[in-house]
Ligand binder design. Structure first.
Ligand SMILES: C[S@@+](CC[C@H](N)C(=O)[O-])C[C@H]1O[C@@H](n2cnc3c(N)ncnc32)[C@H](O)[C@@H]1O
Length: 350
């Protein structure tokens, strides 16, 4: 039983302010600290320096070029407390959690993204609300964005394989191909097909080239760096499948029909445009992402599912019913067929 003074203290704590809100603030604060600790351990190179094996503080300080050894030791103790590092006889080593942060690129990129621009948005919201310059995350963080998008990959895989089975494509275009994971999946599912990935971001284009090479697909795939809108009316042969995964929200709403129309024009008659996208819902992940997009230069925002379907129709395509493809995540796939008859609606160049 609690001693009277302890009981009195507890009573005071429970009566003071909003206990639930206080506990939540503390829990969220600790999660924020943990996230930033992991991100700092990556940024400073501490975890990577330990990946090669255990080291004493002085060795690490030398390797990192960090003369403030007292601070480094205190930081290492923080890393022990969050379970990223272990300590034995004055030597520090990676724990299983630290190893995951070093070796699993999705864990690494998630720390970089959430400790970086995802939460930077809120730290810097005041000047934005005051009409200050918009953010440039999409331009400046393209590599990290593409790496974090890999989290959606397992959910999208089934839809991609289903599309390949239905269309048996000979040529596939992946628009905004990011790290190239989906193009690789499609080409593996369609062994006779050739693919083109296009991405506006130089880092993403390099990553895509590396993914395709690593998976033995370089001979059947090309990666172009540039804006997909520049492909329209160009020299590319038509495609049987065009994939637009996690890209449509980067395009201003007013330009989406023209983009979809230009993609429709790149399709063979009967070919399929597969749009995969996060959509606007009341969920926190969706609302946060929508705000992050609206805070960027370039009038970006998450699409409303119904509006997107209407835009596909306006672009001359025949969309199927949208499907939620990941439990608990506002991620939707819509496939839209280019009719065999000539395309109706506005020409992409108009
Ligand atoms: C969120 S990532 C998605 C990557 C990949 N499709 C996926 O789902 O994992 C979006 C990518 O689209 C690219 N992008 C955005 N607008 C583009 C455009 N107009 N033309 C080509 N690439 C574009 C960005 O550079 C970025 O790499």
């Amino acid at each position: 039983m609690a001693r009277p003074s302890t009981a009195r203290t507890l009573f005071t704590v429970l009566r003071a302010g909003n206990v639930r809100a206080r506990l939540r603030a503390t829990r969220d604060g600790q999660a924020a600290v943990r996230l930033n600790v992991g991100a700092a351990a990556l940024r400073t190179g501490v975890l990577d320096a330990l990946a090669g094996g255990p080291a004493a503080t002085s060795d690490l300080a030398r390797r990192l070029g960090a003369p403030a050894e007292d601070l480094l030791a205190a930081f290492l103790r923080v890393l022990v407390s969050v379970g990223l590092v272990g300590e034995d006889g004055g030597r520090w080593s990676l724990s299983a959690g630290g190893r995951a942060l070093v070796d699993d690129d999705l864990v690494r990129a998630t720390h970089e993204a959430f400790a970086g621009f995802h939460t930077g948005l809120y730290r810097e919201l005041g000047p934005l609300l005051a009409g200050g310059p918009r953010r440039r995350d999409v331009v400046e963080e393209g590599g990290v964005i593409a790496r974090v998008s890999a989290a959606f990959e397992p959910f999208v895989d089934d839809v991609l394989r289903e599309t390949v089975a239905a269309v048996a494509p000979r040529r596939v275009l992946d628009v905004g191909c990011g790290a190239g994971l989906q193009l690789a999946t499609v080409l593996e599912a369609a062994p006779g097909a050739e693919g083109v990935g296009v991405d506006a971001d130089a880092d993403a284009a390099v990553l895509a080239g590396r993914t395709l090479a690593d998976r033995g697909l370089a001979g059947r795939a090309r990666v172009l760096r540039g804006d997909v809108r520049d492909l329209a009316g160009g020299t590319e042969d038509p495609f049987d499948v065009v994939l637009l995964a996690n890209v449509v929200y980067y395009v201003p709403v007013g330009e989406r029909v023209l983009l979809l129309r230009s993609l429709a024009e790149l399709l063979t008659p009967g070919g399929v445009l597969l749009v995969v996208t996060s959509v606007a819902t009341p969920q926190l992940t969706s609302r946060h992402f929508d705000l992050l997009l609206r805070a960027q230069e370039g009038a970006m925002e998450l699409p409303d599912t119904g509006v997107l379907v209407g835009q596909l129709v306006e672009a001359g395509l025949e969309p199927a019913a949208p499907r939620r493809i990941a439990p608990g995540i506002p991620l939707v796939a819509v496939s839209a067929v280019r009719p065999v008859a000539p395309l109706q609606g506005p020409a992409a160049s108009s």
